[in-house]
Design a binder for this molecule. Sequence first.
Ligand code: COA
Length: 180
Amino acid sequence: MIKGPTSIIRALEPRDFDIMFKYWDIDEVNFYTISCSFPRSRERFEKIYSAVAEGENSRYWGICDLEGTLVGNMGVYDMDQYVRSCLVGFHLFPPYRGKGLGTSSLLTGLRYVFGDMNYQRVGGETNANNRAAISMLEKLGFTREGVVRRGWRYRADYHDKVLYGMLREEFQTLNPAPPA
Ligand SMILES: CC(C)(COP(=O)(O)OP(=O)(O)OC[C@H]1O[C@@H](n2cnc3c(N)ncnc32)[C@H](O)[C@@H]1OP(=O)(O)O)[C@@H](O)C(=O)NCCC(=O)NCCS
């Protein structure tokens, strides 16, 4: 369990899947997180996300507020053990957005990924129209590294994808460790 000032990042529990599944079919949730919303059973959904949670190249966690309510998920993907780089994925359920929780929780997660997990580079990719995610990444000090034209798909539509990255030294300079 990783405790930050506004939230807790923890392993997924079986009870979480009911809440996650409830939000899964909402277009607004899917638009910036997956490319196609296939009709999916609750059982299949849990199987897929349990596998991602402890995948060969991925980890997927729950984000809770300080009262313990599940408010979203965070994950790392494309974990490259040799280069020590990974991608970060992040979403909050709609009622919890726009209150600073995303920025604060991602900061807590990054501290863990650069620190305990010992990654030296974290990438972030999103739809070029995703103003909230772009603001959040830039606010945290990610550098915009490029645009992949039509690199994002949602259902039958294609969008540009923007690539962001942060190196460990950059993160440490912006977020010095508190004195022991
Ligand atoms: C992206 C996301 C995690 C941001 O978390 P959040 O708690 O809503 O964001 P915050 O309140 O911390 O705000 C971060 C910045 O985004 C801006 N922002 C928030 N919602 C916004 C919106 N709907 N439109 C434009 N800007 C927005 C905020 O103003 C803030 O920037 P500022 O400090 O310069 O004003 C959240 O909105 C979300 O889950 N979105 C859907 C999934 C997603 O896009 N995931 C990430 C990429 S795949």
